[in-house]
Structures are given as C-alpha cells and as structure tokens.
Design a binder for this molecule. Sequence first.
Ligand code: BGC
Length: 367
Amino acid sequence: MKKLISLLLVLALCLSVVSCFAEGAAKKVGIAMPTKSLERWNRDGAYLQEQFEAAGYVVELRYSDNDIEQQNNDIQGLIADDVDLLIITAIDSDSLSVTLEDAKAKGIMVIAYDRLINNTDALSYYVSFDNYTVGVLQGAFVKDTLDLDNAEGPFNIEFTAGDPADTNAGYFFNGAFDTLKPYIDAGKLVIVSGKTTFAQVATPAWSTDTALTNMQNTLASYYSDGTILDVALCSNDSTALGVAQAITSDYAGGNAPIVTGQDGDIANLRNIVDGIQTMTVYKNVAEEAAVTLEVAMAILAGQTPDAGLLESLSAEAAFDTETYDNGVFVVPSYLLVPYVITADNLQKLVDIGLYQWDAEQKYLEAK
Ligand code: BGC
C-alpha cells in the first residue's frame, strides 16, 4: 500500500511537471527587430531566439527592413498570432503607441529591447545598455588618447551622431559631447565645421552611406586646404564605417584621425586591426538577451522584478527607475555595462566566447 501511495505521488508529481512544462512550452514570444542590414540586430535576433527556445518558448521573429510602417504591421501580425509577450526594438521610438494599445487590450506584455518606446503605458520594462555611458566612453577615450588635460592642442574634431528617431542616439551624443565640452569651451578641441548640435550631425537610419556622404561633404568644405582632422567621433559602427571610408578616400591630411564607434561589428573590428578605426564601445548582446529572458520569465509568471532579478545573473547590469521617461511614465530599466575595445584588447572578445580569430590569427570573425 505504502509503495502504491508513493508511486501515485511520483506519478502526480511527474504529471504536474509535464503540465507545467507544457504550459511553459505553449507560451509564445513575438520578437520585432528593426533590420537585417545592420550586423548587430542579426546577432540580437539570433541570441534572443536561441535563448527563448532553449527555455521552452515558441518564438516568432520578425525583421522590418528599417521601415516604420512595416514594423507596425509586423507587430500587428504578432498580436494577431496571440503571442503572450512582445520584445521590440523600435525603428522609430515615437511610432508604436497606437499599435501597442492593441497589445495592451489583449493583455500582451511588452519589453522594449535596446531602444525605448515613447508615449505608451503598454510597456512593462526596458532592457538596454547604459546608453549615456556609451558616449562617455567615446569622449573619455578621445580625452585620454589626446591627453587633453596636458597637451597644448588645439585639436580638430567632427561629430557624427545617430538616427533622431532612435531615443538612444541622443544619449550617445550627449554622453560624448558633455565629456568633451570643457575642452571645446576652452578652445583645445575645435569643431571646424561648426556643426555642434545633435540635429546638425544626426544620421537618419544610422545609414553608412549617409555618414559617408556627410563626412565627404565636411572634408570637402573644411579640410581640403590641408586642415588637420584629429578626431571623427562617431556614435556607432555603422556610421564609423562610412566616416572611415570618407577619410580613406577624401582626406588630404597625412595623419590617421581617431575614429570612434560602438557595437563591435565584424567589419569595424577589421578596421580596428587595419588602423582605420581606433576603438569601439562593445555591448555584449548575448547578455542583453539573457537579461531579457529573465525579465520575460518573471513578468509572464506575474511577478514585478526589480534589482533582485540581477542577483542570479552573471551579466553586469544595473536596475534603473529614474532615467528613461517615455513621456507617460519612467520605465523601469535594466541597463548593462558597455566597455571599450581597441586593437590592444581584441582578445577580450574571444575570451567572452562570441568571436574567434581567423585562420591567419589577424582578424576576428563571429563564432
Ligand atoms: C543601438 C546601437 C546601434 C544603433 C544602430 C542603437 O539603438 O543601441 O547599438 O549601433 O542603434 O542600429
């Protein structure tokens, strides 16, 4: 009899485990990424899909070709497919609020991934990196490399910022500009073109081609007389790619200007080895996906995660309830920590397990 009871207990336990698992497996997650044309979003999409599937979720992943209308339609499609949760990287931070009303009406929770979504209360959480710090790291790199506190200068600098439709772009620019402003004000750093505001240096859609053309124009207008360009401060790698190309083809000076970036895209890591780009701010998007999964599991289980969520995770991150006001409320945010990569510490990317050296041990490639 005792044996029978324990057998029944074991059976009951098994059944509940199975049904729990089945319930978990039935949960569907819709992921909306901006575009395949930028390397990093391919990596983000792949890591998110892989990690959510490994945790037993069904994943629907959509890329919307950097087209705002298409992203709204894609998200509508995910809502119609009855996903339980949406993970969205907005193409335009201001254009999703109407679509997200439909998600809210159906009880679908939303996590803003990497980019904030404005003017909506349908959001639960924001998972990103400390975006202002990305810019600070770029500015501090320039300050240290030129030894601005001691060197006489003056040095010439030009800025290239990101997409005005992306809330992150302003944070990146401000972080870099605020860090360098004391030296600009003191005349030690000179913006020869006079393009000092975000609006003047923004790059719609973070386009490499636009960054290339803008830099060619700046070089033609202000540097063709032999004026030396010391720094091209670029907010990310896609713009740095265009700017570096413009410098290679159109810059008359003999020096190699400092070129900053962000993301660690493979083409940019090559440029760093070749001395065409100087640094990139690296953001481990596999960890960004891991934090997102953790937040997703918690909110799907009806919890309201806070700083405690990070305790069990290896990713270095902070819980922030002050910075990201989306116009309706301050969105609770998990912000991971970015760091600087140069030609001297590329091995760090191999050590984190996401990259490997190519056959010649010269360039990095994705693993
Ligand atoms: C991301 C950057 C990326 C940029 C362009 C930003 O929102 O945070 O990592 O370089 O978009 O895709």
